[in-house]
Design a binder for this molecule. Structure first.
Ligand code: GLU
Length: 387
């Protein structure tokens, strides 16, 4: 018998679709998987070398639960240099991916009936983690008209006496929404009127901002709010290190300690080898990130143009991350719902994730973290499948 808590949540639909695509491929089917947000680039050589060196040096034992001091210091450098957030190593923790940091932060703080504001469309795991923790998800609806960003007015009206957290994700998954400084400052004005509300700022896609502006992070812009902001980052998306499972989080010391208390009973420390690799990622060369971003930008432009040329499909231009959030409303009469459309596209050799997995509807998310050739072929298949 599974627990009441687990009954409240569904399996992750991003990972489920990715596993399904992998199974079909193993059976010999030709499937292009644009379902998961995972850079197709090889992990940089200097990162691999650091992992090997750690193995050879016998760094194969437990580390401190919240990560080695070396990695906490490297992450502190990353927060300061890349996100503008000045935090000492004591306000940083390391976990098995950003996902685990979010999981532990919410589980450590949300009590029965507390409310968490989650802008929709959302990343699949946010609402599930809230529900697992016993909290209540309060969606803040966004749409293509405002490039999937909510306003200060929407925030003000969503906050109630039980609001505990606001989830903020810029650049955002699944829509690519980016909040410029002026929008964040307007949100901050509202937050100042509600001192009880904390913010979980998921900045994992910070290097992938196509607006040309420097990434804006709430804790950097508003240091007066920093003691109630947890900023989550990592190396998975930036350095093509998804399999290493390293996420980092910076926030007030009480919260970092609470997360580590929980981690001490769940996974314990993150993988020692991966931690050494993450030190190299944060401390090593960063110049290739701009090159990768330009490659992603070209892929984004290719996908947006191709999607908008297919009758029945449309998508706005995402300002960040590597996702296009496609509207397929005109096709719903034919296919029934977006999950049926996703299955139909899978039959035609392309794995994507239905918009409903993200609290959206009548569409799907394309991850454009694949080569231009693969993307062109995938879009050709999609066009054929819905023609
Ligand atoms: N965050 C990525 C995605 O949305 C990885 C899969 C997951 O953890 O959901 O595709």
């Amino acid at each position: 018998m599974i627990s009441e808590a687990l009954q409240r949540i569904a399996p992750s639909r991003t990972t489920a679709m990715t596993d399904r695509a992998a199974r079909l491929r193993a059976e010999g089917r030709d499937i292009i998987s644009l379902s998961v947000g995972e850079p197709d680039f090889a992990t940089p050589r200097h990162v691999l070398d650091a992992a090997k060196a750690a193995l050879d040096a016998g760094q194969t034992k437990y580390t401190p639960v919240g990560g080695t001091l070396r990695l906490k210091e490297a992450a502190s450098l990353h927060f300061r240099r890349d996100l503008g957030i000045a935090v000492p190593a004591s306000q940083v923790t390391v976990s098995a991916g950003g996902k685990q940091a979010i999981f532990h932060a919410l589980l450590a703080t949300v009590s029965q009936g507390e409310e968490v504001l989650v802008p929709a469309p959302w990343w699949v795991s946010y609402p599930e983690i809230v529900r697992f923790a016993g909290g209540k998800v309060v969606p803040i609806r966004t749409g293509a008209a405002n490039r999937f960003r909510f306003s200060a007015g929407q925030l003000e009206s969503a906050i109630g006496p039980h609001t505990q957290w606001l989830m903020l994700n810029s650049p955002g998954n699944p829509t690519g929404a980016v909040y410029p400084p002026e929008m964040l400052l307007a949100l901050a004005e509202v937050l100042r009127r509600h001192p009880r509300v904390m913010v979980l700022s998921d900045d994992i896609y910070a290097p992938l901002d196509y607006t040309g502006a420097r990434h804006a992070s709430l804790a950097a812009l508003c240091p007066d709010l920093a003691d109630r902001i947890l900023t989550v980052s990592g190396v998975s998306k930036s350095h093509a290190m998804t399999g290493f499972r390293i996420g980092v989080a910076a926030g007030p010391e009480w919260l970092i300690k609470a997360m580590e208390r929980l981690q001490s009973h769940s996974s314990g420390n993150p993988c020692s080898i991966s931690q050494a690799a993450a030190v190299a990622a944060f401390e090593g060369p960063q110049d290739f990130l701009a090159e990768w971003r330009e490659i992603f930008r070209a892929r984004r432009d290719l996908v947006v143009e191709a999607v908008n040329a297919i009758p029945g499909l449309s998508c706005p231009v995402p300002d960040g991350a590597f996702y296009c959030f496609v509207d397929a409303t005109p096709l719903m009469e034919r296919f029934g719902d977006d999950e049926a459309l996703a299955m139909h596209l899978l039959e035609h050799g392309v794995a994507i994730v239905a918009a409903s997995a993200f609290g959206g509807a009548n569409g799907f998310r394309i991850s454009f973290a694949a080569s231009e050739d693969r993307l062109r072929e995938a879009l050709r298949r999609i066009a054929g499948a819905v023609a």
